[in-house]
Design a protein around this ligand. Structure first.
Ligand SMILES: [Zn+2]
Length: 257
């Protein structure tokens, strides 16, 4: 199929029977041909400027281990950020970390709507359909979002190897934090380097909130997952925590019912 006719939403293991669903909003640095006016040097597209390096590889390994459906948009967040509300100013950035994004300056309403329709809307519809399908078949679900962050942002070093981002529902976050903090060698960010107040919790809030699903967003510092062994090691570690969390999440669900 031609690039113009193909959906940008990707799914792996969509009918996975495990109790987790994984999403990876910033999985891709691809800029489809129909958006080719971007004029970025390729080296810029390799950095966190365009995507979350390493995040998709970790998410895929976790999806395989946990038999979890995995969904992601195969488009760079420079085109449109799927982890932002449609009305958010940062939905389509005109600058990032002081670097201008000329292709997004002075964007028409029509082009903004086109990007929403081609990317943002179908991605969230796919997540919605997956979660509702599972709910209809009586399958318990916890939603996990995988991201990565840059070690230095606007000249400031970030000490955490991993951050857990969560809102009011702490069921999943507390289990992650408890397990990760048991390792004294690890610096764990609690709602760091971002928190829902930074408007970065859109996907999880939109989908887990209304369905009452336990959920958490994981931010891994990208130098931890820059190669195969780092990706495997973090995927194994996070999957182990999730497997151990399952009975406790089931207990919490039961108590809430
Ligand atoms: Zn991200």
């Amino acid at each position: 199929m031609s690039d113009s006719g193909r959906s940008v939403v990707r799914a792996e293991n969509p009918d996975g029977a495990g109790s987790f669903v994984i999403v990876c909003d910033h999985a891709s640095n691809r800029i489809p041909a129909k958006f080719k006016s971007f004029e970025f040097a390729d080296d810029a597209l390799e950095t966190h400027f365009a995507w979350d390096p390493g995040a998709l590889a970790v998410a895929r390994l976790m999806s395989a281990t946990l038999d979890a459906p995995l969904l992601w948009p195969d488009v760079s967040r420079l085109v449109i950020d799927c982890n932002r509300a449609p009305e958010a100013r940062s939905l389509i950035v005109t600058e990032s970390e002081g670097r201008l994004v000329p292709a997004n300056v002075g964007l028409s309403e029509g082009e903004r709507s086109r990007r929403l329709e081609l990317i943002h809307t179908p991605y969230h519809a796919a997540i919605d359909a997956c979660l509702k399908r599972r709910q209809a078949s009586g399958r318990a679900t916890t939603l996990i979002a995988i991201h990565s962050f840059t070690p230095v942002y606007l000249g400031k070093s970030r000490p955490w190897q991993i951050g857990i981002v969560f809102g009011e529902d702490r069921r999943m976050a507390d289990l992650f934090i408890g397990e990760l903090k048991a390792d004294p060698a690890l610096s764990v960010g609690i709602n760091e380097p971002y928190s829902p107040a930074d408007q970065v919790y859109y996907t999880v809030e939109r989908h887990a909130g209304p369905l009452g699903l336990p959920a958490a967003m994981i931010e891994i510092r990208n130098d931890e997952i820059g190669d195969d062994s780092g990706q495997q090691s973090w995927a194994d570690r996070l999957a182990r925590i999730l497997v151990a969390a399952e009975p406790r999440l089931a207990g919490a669900r039961h108590a809430a019912a």
